[in-house]
Design a protein around this ligand. Structure first.
Ligand SMILES: [Zn+2]
Length: 80
């Protein structure tokens, strides 16, 4: 199952009433965590990028470009 499919199912379940305390909140947190696993394109600068989720600057170190934003954990792609 893909992350996108899992998110679609979990978002559908989110609308269903559940009697377990905190279930809806926990489900929302789980969906947010899954969403960060789907890579998004960085907004590119010369030696840095801006995270598309938290809008914070992520610097590159020489040729190393991190796969995840160190600030919020968003999976990122360094392509134009
Ligand atoms: Zn971020």
């Amino acid at each position: 199952m893909t992350i996108e499919k899992a998110m679609k199912i979990l978002k559908t379940v989110d609308g269903i009433e559940c009697r377990f305390p905190g279930y809806t909140t926990a489900l929302g947190i789980a969906v947010q965590a899954l969403e960060k696993q789907v890579p998004k394109k960085m907004h590119l600068g010369t030696a840095w990028g801006v995270c598309p989720t938290c809008d914070r600057i992520v610097e590159t170190i020489q040729f190393f470009k991190p796969s995840y934003c160190p600030h919020c954990g968003q999976a990122v792609i360094w392509e134009e």
